[in-house]
Design a protein around this ligand. Structure first.
Ligand code: NAD
Length: 326
């Protein structure tokens, strides 16, 4: 058992957080992570219609009595959601933790805080972490360059960002980007984090509502099988290397790219169809470099048990031996 500021903060047994995964972080996965002792986050934008979102929160409550939270991403989107209404649903449903991501959550802080909700802001730079603490965020999730989805434009890896953010802020921090196993958890704690966040690793679990074809692709892929797209729009996204990613890069290579040119490949609706239907080349799908570390498709409980065993083994045996203690 590893007790950290993050396990205390969330009131969970294990310092492992499941990050917001568009289309994937629904009740089945979120409750499975929470039931396994971690902290699950449901992505609100997966259910942009507020009453549908409320129903998913209620469903999740029937599947776990453990804490879980909601991810609210404020990135450019093709279908702008009604954030205030989604936040209201969180307040009305008694959600205690919101993970914000993508942009400074300041405009929404008064509303979120009026519901007594704690805010974990996920960001990709020291300056944004400092700003988040200043505006009242209760914890920071710091996302390195290895990460899936939107790792920012600075290209600084987790190994550098986590200790820098540790030195810069007082609030608890969660290390994100590149994590998939117990070695990563020990490393995150050694770098000064209070817990680790995993995204892609949770997509290759039995409970993730994702077609088996895509889970198997993640298992087969190596650490070099991701690409950075939408760099030309300053909205960089790390995705699985497939035909659609190559096509996007080809279009971007021509210069003067507009989002409209990329929609057929990057639209989340195309990604949703792929996740459900199992087609692996039709569009782009977020994936982190940690795919190189993914070798199986366990249940969330098996995964978290294994991570904790591995992490505790490293600390109790390997490190103890190094100290001449074991
Ligand atoms: P979507 O269909 O709304 O958009 C597809 C992609 O195009 C997204 O990456 C989006 O950021 C980008 N995009 C949209 N409009 C843009 C613009 N005007 N300029 C530049 N880029 C633009 O996306 P979705 O898959 O339905 O996801 C909804 C939201 O959740 C998006 O904002 C997406 O980026 C975000 N998301 C975030 C993560 C993450 O890593 N935090 C992962 C998945 C999705």
């Amino acid at each position: 058992m590893l007790k950290t500021r993050i396990t205390e903060f969330f009131g969970v047994e294990r310092p492992i957080v499941q990050g917001g995964l568009m289309w994937v972080a629904a009740a089945e996965l979120v409750s499975a992570v929470s039931n396994a002792g971690g902290m699950g986050f449901m992505t609100a934008l997966t259910f942009p219609e507020p009453e549908r979102f409320r129903a998913e929160i209620r469903k999740c409550k029937t599947m776990t009595d453990k804490p879980f939270g909601v991810n609210l991403t404020f990135l450019p989107t093709l279908r702008p959601p009604d954030y205030p209404r989604l936040i209201n649903v969180c307040i009305e449903e008694g959600i205690r933790f919101i993970e914000t991501a993508g942009r400074n959550p300041e405009p929404y802080m008064p509303q979120i805080k009026s519901g007594g909700i704690q805010v974990i802001h996920k960001c990709t730079s020291v300056r944004h972490a400092l700003k988040a603490e200043k505006i009242g965020c209760d914890a920071i999730s710091i996302d390195g360059f290895e990460a899936a989805g939107h790792p920012g434009e600075d290209d600084v890896t987790t190994l550098i960002l986590v200790p820098l953010v540790r030195d810069a802020v007082k609030v608890p921090i969660i290390a994100s980007g590149g994590f998939a196993d117990g070695r990563g958890l020990v490393a995150a704690l050694a770098l000064g984090a209070d817990g680790m966040n995993m995204g892609t690793r949770f997509v290759a679990t039995r409970e993730a509502p994702v077609h088996e074809n895509l889970k198997r692709v993640l298992v087969r892929s190596s650490e070099t099988d991701t690409r950075l797209i939408m760099r030309s729009l300053r909205n960089t996204e790390r995705v699985l290397h497939n035909r659609a990613a190559d096509k996007v890069l080809e279009i971007e290579g021509r210069g003067n790219t507009q989002i409209q040119d990329l929609i057929p490949y990057v639209s989340g609706l195309v990604g949703k169809e792929m996740l459900e239907g199992g087609e692996v080349d039709g569009g782009t799908i977020a994936a982190g470099q940690c795919i190189g570390l993914i070798r199986d498709i366990p249940t969330c409980r098996e995964l978290l048990d294994r991570i904790m065993d591995e992490a505790e083994g490293i600390i109790q045996t390997r490190f103890a031996r190094m100290l001449g203690d074991g």
